[in-house]
Design a protein around this ligand. Structure first.
Ligand SMILES: [Zn+2]
Length: 347
C-alpha cells in the first residue's frame, strides 16, 4: 500500500518537475525574446531620433537659407526702387533740359543779329589766329568743337579740317606728349579753349578752389604751348553734368558764376556726335547722331572728341562737314564774344 502511494508520489513529483521545467523553459524563451525585442526597439528608437535630428538640422539649414534669400530679395527690391527713383530724376532733368534748350534757342535766335556783330569783332585779341571769317557773320553757323585732345588723333582731325578749309574749336586737356599739337591747332586758325588739366571729376569738382586750380593749370599749358590766353571754357561733362554732385553740391553753379566774373565764357553744345558713348562708334552712327540731334537752328555747336581712343571721329568728319555744308551752314570758331549755348545747370 505504502509502495503504491510512494509510486504515485514519485509520479506526481516527476510530473511536477517536468511541468516546472517546461514553464521555466517557456519563461526563459519568453525572457530571451523580450530582451531581443527591447534591444530591437531601442535600436529603432535611436535610429528614429537620429533621423529626426538630421531632419531638424536640415530644416534649420533650409530655414536659414530661406531667410537669407528673403533678405537678399528685400535688398534687390530696395535697389530696384532706388534705381527707379534715379531714372525718374534723370528723366525729369532731361525734360527740363529739353525745355531749356528750346527756350534758349528761341531767345538766341532773337539775339542772333546783335551777337553776329559781336562775333565779328576782333575776338582775336586773346586769340590772334582766329580768322575773321566773313561767311560766319550771317546766316546759319555751325561750330565744330573737339574735347579731350590733343592726342594722336589731332593731326588727323587737323588734316580733314585743312582739306575742307573749315575752322573748329578745340577744348583741350593736358595731353602730355601731344601738347605740341596745340601750336598746330592755333597756327592753322582754329580756336583753342580750356577743358581741364586732369579731366578727373573727383578732383576738379571737389571744390571751387580745386576747379580753379585745374583751370589755371590748363590755361598755363595752353599759354606756354601757343602764347594764347584762352578765354573760353568747356566744363568736363558739360555744365549740366550731375556726376559733380557726388563730390561737391552746387559746384557747377558756383564755378559758372565765378568764371563769368573772371571774364571767361563757357560753352555747352546743342548737337552731339555721340562719340563719347564708346570707343570706335561706327562712322555711320556718328554721322547719323549728328543729323538726328541737329536742332536746325541758325547756331549749332557740335560736340565731338579728339581723344586718342576716338579714332572713328576724324573718319566721320568729312561726312559731317559735307552734311552741314549741304544744309547751308558756314563754319565758325568760338570766342568769348559768341553768345553761348548753355545747358541747364543741374548742380
Ligand atoms: Zn571731356
Amino acid at each position: 500500500m505504502k509502495s503504491i502511494y510512494a509510486k504515485k508520489l514519485r509520479r506526481i513529483t516527476a510530473l511536477g518537475l517536468i511541468i516546472i521545467c517546461i514553464i521555466s523553459a517557456v519563461g526563459i524563451k519568453l525572457y530571451i525574446d523580450k530582451t531581443k525585442l527591447y534591444e530591437e526597439m531601442s535600436r529603432m528608437s535611436s535610429s528614429v531620433s537620429d533621423l529626426s535630428e538630421r531632419a531638424s538640422g536640415g530644416k534649420e539649414r533650409a530655414q536659414e537659407k530661406i531667410e537669407e534669400l528673403e533678405s537678399r530679395l528685400n535688398e534687390l527690391e530696395k535697389e530696384k526702387d532706388e534705381d527707379k527713383k534715379k531714372i525718374e530724376e534723370l528723366e525729369s532733368e532731361n525734360e527740363k533740359l529739353r525745355e531749356m534748350k528750346k527756350e534758349k534757342e528761341k531767345s538766341s535766335e532773337k539775339a542772333e543779329s546783335t551777337e553776329k556783330k559781336d562775333s565779328r569783332e576782333p575776338a582775336a585779341a586773346p586769340q590772334p589766329n582766329v580768322p575773321e571769317d566773313g561767311s560766319v557773320s550771317s546766316g546759319k553757323v555751325v561750330y565744330l568743337t573737339f574735347d579731350d585732345g590733343p592726342s594722336k588723333n589731332t593731326p588727323k582731325v587737323l588734316e580733314v579740317l585743312r582739306k575742307y578749309n573749315v575752322k573748329a574749336t578745340f577744348f583741350v586737356i593736358d595731353g602730355k606728349g601731344y601738347n605740341k599739337y596745340m601750336k598746330n591747332i592755333v597756327d592753322e586758325g582754329h580756336a583753342i579753349g580750356l577743358h581741364s588739366e586732369t579731366h578727373d571729376y573727383k578732383n576738379i569738382y571737389s571744390s571751387l578752389g580745386a576747379y580753379l586750380k585745374d583751370l589755371s593749370n590748363i590755361a598755363e599749358i595752353v599759354k606756354s604751348e601757343t602764347g594764347v590766353n584762352s578765354r573760353i571754357i568747356r566744363f568736363p561733362g558739360g555744365s549740366s553734368n550731375t556726376v559733380s554732385r557726388k563730390y561737391c553740391r552746387g559746384i557747377i553753379s558756383t564755378a559758372a558764376r565765378k568764371v563769368h566774373n573772371m571774364g571767361y565764357e563757357y560753352f555747352d553744345w546743342n548737337c552731339d556726335s555721340g562719340d563719347a558713348a564708346g570707343n570706335n562708334v561706327p562712322v555711320s552712327k556718328l554721322v547719323e547722331n549728328i543729323k538726328i540731334s541737329n536742332p536746325g537752328t541758325d547756331r549749332v555747336i557740335v560736340l565731338m572728341h579728339d581723344a586718342g581712343n576716338k579714332s572713328t571721329t576724324p573718319k566721320a568728319l568729312p561726312q559731317i562737314i559735307e552734311y552741314f555744308k549741304s544744309k547751308g551752314y558756314s563754319f565758325g570758331v568760338l570766342t568769348e564774344k559768341v553768345s553761348p549755348v548753355h545747358h541747364k545747370i543741374a548742380n
